[in-house]
Design a protein around this ligand. Structure first.
Ligand SMILES: [Zn+2]
Length: 271
């Protein structure tokens, strides 16, 4: 049986750790994924990100933004630089990743929120989805998003690991939730949460090279591991793998404005 190819909605595939065997990684990605969406980190990641997107224009789509863990003293200049770049990026699918992160550094929240506000405004004005990164900072982030919601803001809360109430609040605020490798981890609460969230808000992601799903923990993550995530989501929802592939791919294509991939791709198989 053939399945709809998946969409990796969050992959740092331009990372240094893929440079030695990129051709193989991309070939394996193509066996399972129709699209791999590339979130930006900082000014330095822009060049490799755009180069990868240009090398594989049918597979890799760029986002553009400034990650909250890379908010430096010069972040306003970084934002200005990225803003000037936006109209020049071909096939730009989203603004991101942007957001807040109090896990490593708790002193930069005001700057992170300001950078998020600026980037959410870009997303609204360009009609693009916003890809949110949020760690240990759910409340200030959702409050800002809710304040800025004027009917034009939408996007993905990437690496979702919250409660049913969090998912509901995000959906009400116009946001999808990105489900990654964490759903396969033994101590994850996500499998219990997923049956109670709106299925139309679910999208899949690897966040590679980070957060590899079981059975690849401890290894470098890559888009070809996405089926393990889809499989665990299917088990949690009591649905088939093919069902979850079709659902999450349709959700991602609708959100990011991408054409639905052809379902009968014989290379696309369950794990
Ligand atoms: Zn990321």
């Amino acid at each position: 049986m053939n399945h709809t190819p998946l969409v990796d909605t969050h992959a740092h595939l331009y990372s240094d750790v893929f440079q030695t065997d990129m051709a193989d990684v991309v070939a394996r990605a193509r066996a399972h994924a129709a699209y791999v969406l590339l979130p930006n980190i900082d000014r330095e990641s822009i060049e490799p990100l755009l180069a990868l997107a240009a090398a594989h224009p049918d597979l890799c789509y760029p986002m553009m933004g400034l990650h909250p863990c890379y908010i430096s003293d010069d972040y306003k200049q970084d934002l200005a630089y990225i803003e000037r770049l936006l109209p020049t990026v071909p096939r730009l699918v989203a603004i991101g990743e942007a957001g807040t992160d109090l896990y490593w550094d708790k002193t930069k929240l005001a700057e992170q929120l300001h950078a998020l506000e600026v980037q959410a405004d870009w997303a609204r004005n360009l009609g693009l989805p916003l890809v949110l990164h949020c760690r240990d900072s759910f409340l200030p982030t959702i409050e800002l998003v809710e304040q800025m919601q004027d009917g034009r803001l939408r996007g993905v809360f990437h690496c979702f690991g919250g409660t049913v109430d969090d998912a509901k609040r995000l959906a009400d605020a116009g946001f999808h939730i990105g489900i990654g490798g964490v759903v396969t981890y033994k101590k994850s609460d996500l499998p219990g949460v997923l049956p109670h969230v709106n299925p139309a808000t679910l999208v899949l992601e690897t966040d590679c090279p980070y957060l590899p799903p079981v059975p690849h923990r401890g290894q470098r993550n890559e888009p070809a591991y996405l089926p393990h995530i889809a499989q665990r989501v299917a088990e949690a929802l009591g649905r088939t793998y093919a069902d979850v592939a079709a659902l999450t791919t349709a959700n991602a294509c609708r959100l990011f404005g991408l054409p639905l991939p052809v379902a009968a791709n014989p290379a696309t198989a369950a794990p």
